[in-house]
Design a protein around this ligand. Structure first.
Ligand SMILES: CC(C)(COP(=O)(O)OP(=O)(O)OC[C@H]1O[C@@H](n2cnc3c(N)ncnc32)[C@H](O)[C@@H]1OP(=O)(O)O)[C@@H](O)C(=O)NCCC(=O)NCCS
Length: 177
């Protein structure tokens, strides 16, 4: 795989669902090794996530939300999903970067930076003045990536038990304009 200066980024379509499911699972398994229970990571199966991705893409309101993919060639290497904040105490002008995941072999080559910059431009175009994201407290790589990109921990934290084990997350925030 060759790093390129300006890898192509485009809006995802329903036809990307299967590839997004594979990226989702492979990135989780690599990024969260040692951070989340191994038996949980081992049982993740991309086939289980295809339908969810199809629904997500079919239901996307592109005026306020989106899923962008990076594809230096034909193959999609990663995605960023954004939309309105899911935090009830926040106001309407706050958007959220819901997720950003790349195939492990594509990490550290600038693809994430380019994907992030397009996602941020889309958030601005959608009218948001600030953006937030939630990250695993122990995900040092992602936290460094966000901090390099001008995001900062805003003091909020939460413990999510929805997967059957505790996940400690902290919130980052960035002014968009
Ligand atoms: C987090 C992620 C999207 C970043 O994308 P990436 O393509 O690897 O990052 P880039 O190569 O664009 O790096 C951007 C910057 O982050 C920093 N960075 C990236 N990886 C780093 C590392 N391992 N250590 C230190 N800094 C790092 C660099 O300073 C880099 O800046 P530079 O371009 O000036 O060198 C990607 O690594 C990934 O998919 N990780 C696993 C999934 C994940 O944790 N997602 C976030 C969930 S909240």
């Amino acid at each position: 795989m060759t790093a390129v200066t300006r890898p192509s980024v485009r809006a995802a379509t329903v036809r990307d669902a299967a590839e997004l499911a594979v990226i989702d699972v492979r990135s989780w398994q690599a990024a969260y090794k040692g951070l989340l229970p191994q038996d949980f990571l081992d049982q993740l199966d991309a086939a289980d996530r295809v339908t969810r991705w199809q629904h997500t893409l079919q239901a996307t309101d592109w005026s306020r939300s989106g899923v962008m993919v990076t594809h230096p060639g034909h193959e999609v290497l990663g995605f960023a999903r954004f939309g309105p904040t899911r935090d009830s105490e926040e106001h309407d002008a706050v958007g959220e970067l819901h997720s950003i995941y790349l195939l492990p072999e594509a990490w550290g080559q600038g693809f994430g930076k380019r994907l992030m910059s397009v996602a941020l431009a889309r958030l601005v175009a959608a009218g948001y003045s600030q953006a937030t994201l939630w990250v695993l407290r122990s995900n040092a790589r992602a936290r460094r990536f966000y901090e390099t990109g001008g995001w900062a921990h805003d003091g909020a934290s939460k413990c999510d038990d929805s997967l059957g084990f505790p996940i400690q997350e902290i919130r980052y925030r960035k002014q968009l304009r």
